[in-house]
Design a protein around this ligand. Structure first.
Ligand SMILES: *Cc1c(COP(=O)(O)O)cnc(C)c1O
Length: 410
């Protein structure tokens, strides 16, 4: 039923989004998105596409030619990479340390991979040696990793894994959606073959576009597969089916042909999202990617200092925590959902709840992208302290704000 409010103009409530994503988009990104459209093959548009590729090479710290956008949320980037590289029966290895490792397994199974997993308790990360040992026993074709898993706030060290993968001739993929631009990520230096991301975390945009970057070795293996037209032609060939990529929309071969000099028609690039993605990367390129990472580290640490000073316990192995998300253990006798509701309704601040084994046990507070600022951190701490005191939790009065503020050198 069409109600009266269905006909009203959209006018969302003012919110400060301090959860694990999405976050408030940078106003510059919103302005870029409201720009008028141009035709798909207008030279202005194809030039914006080329600029976007160049800008994301900086964000990913890569010289990979094939650095572009997949249209859709972060998971479209994950799915494009997996569906384009995995052939039925391929062995893949997935070290799982949170919810998004399970997602990689689920998508890989749909691609009919033989999925091998490693698991550790939530709140920990893997030692590279554990992963190398598993590679030696499983002999996977591809290693599927998550860099920062927002479900646990942990950051898996990747620096050594690329070299291990090279030694064992394993392709190395990483979902860096939650960590990119807030934590160091060096695609080329760390020998990553494919990395995918999304805008709604440290990149400071809305969800709906998935930047990806692909190494030459990865591209070669995607190109070696039959694409849909060849697949149909060779339907009688015995191996044709297995070699065919089972998605048109996510066929990276076709997406590369669209982004490349041939400009072969595939989808219609999501123009407004491209404007958004370009502006996110332009903001970071102007700031400097290392400065952007340092900004997330500064404000993340200030938040953590404040929370600890309030007497709250932080979740997980803190030496491997993402800079941009913190898990806070909900104190005994406090109703976590009630706290979130009071923060939202009375302060307009959203913090995150948790999934799976952590459900009801921790809140997740994010400091990322446009919201990685001093004022947002101080406001969030002040509001959280007020709410907790209101509910009977004895916070060390004023200590949180002071500790965070001190961290900024006031
Ligand atoms: C937040 C997050 C995503 C988000 O995926 P969407 O499709 O954009 O919802 C993906 N991967 C990781 C590791 C994340 O933290």
């Amino acid at each position: 039923m069409l109600t009266k409010s269905s006909l009203e103009q959209i006018n969302p409530p003012a919110r400060l989004l301090m959860g694990p994503g999405p976050i408030n988009a940078d106003p510059r990104v919103l302005r870029a998105m409201s720009s008028q459209l141009v035709g798909q093959y207008d030279p202005a548009m194809t030039e914006y596409m080329n600029q976007t590729m160049a800008l994301y090479r900086q964000v990913f710290r890569t010289n990979n030619e094939w650095t572009m956008l997949v249209d859709g949320t972060s998971r479209s980037g994950i799915e494009a990479v997996l569906v384009s590289i995995i052939r039925p029966g391929d062995k893949v290895l997935v070290p799982i340390f949170g919810r998004f490792g399970h997602l990689l397994c689920e998508i890989a199974r749909r691609c009919r991979a033989e999925v091998h997993t490693l698991e550790i308790p939530w709140g920990e990360v893997f030692d590279p040696q554990q992963i190398e040992d598993a590679i030696k026993t499983v002999h996977p074709r591809i290693l599927l990793t998550v860099q920062g898993d927002t479900s646990t706030t942990m950051l898996q060290p990747l620096e050594q894994l690329g070299e291990i993968c090279q030694r064992h001739q394993v392709l190395f993929y990483c979902d860096a959606t939650a960590s990119i631009a807030g934590n160091p990520l060096k695609t080329d230096l760390w020998h990553l073959d494919a990395v995918s991301a999304g805008l709604q975390k440290c990149l400071g945009g809305p969800s709906g576009s998935a930047p990806v970057t692909l190494s030459d070795a990865f591209v070669q293996q995607v190109r070696a597969r039959r694409h849909i037209e060849q697949g149909i032609k060779s339907a009688q060939h015995q191996d044709g089916e297995d070699e065919m990529i089972y998605s048109n929309y996510f066929d990276l071969g076709m997406i590369m042909d669209y982004w490349g000099p041939e400009r072969l028609n595939h989808h219609t690039e999501a123009t407004s999202m491209l404007f958004a993605a370009r502006e996110c990367a332009r903001i970071i390129a102007q700031e400097g990617i290392d400065v952007c990472v340092a900004r997330h580290q500064l404000h993340g640490a200030a938040l953590d200092k404040g929370l600890s000073a309030m007497g709250l316990e932080l979740f997980g192995d803190l030496s491997h925590k993402m800079s941009n998300v913190t898990g806070v253990i909900i104190p005994e006798g406090i109703n976590g959902e009630q706290v979130r509701q009071l923060l939202l309704n009375d302060f307009g601040i959203e913090i995150g709840t948790s999934f799976g084994p952590l459900h009801g046990k921790i809140w997740r507070i994010g400091v990322m992208g446009y919201n990685a600022r001093k004022d947002t951190v101080l406001t969030t701490l002040a509001a959280l302290e007020a709410v907790l005191r209101h509910l009977g939790y004895v916070a060390n009065e004023g200590a949180a704000l002071q500790a965070a503020w001190d961290h900024y050198g006031q």
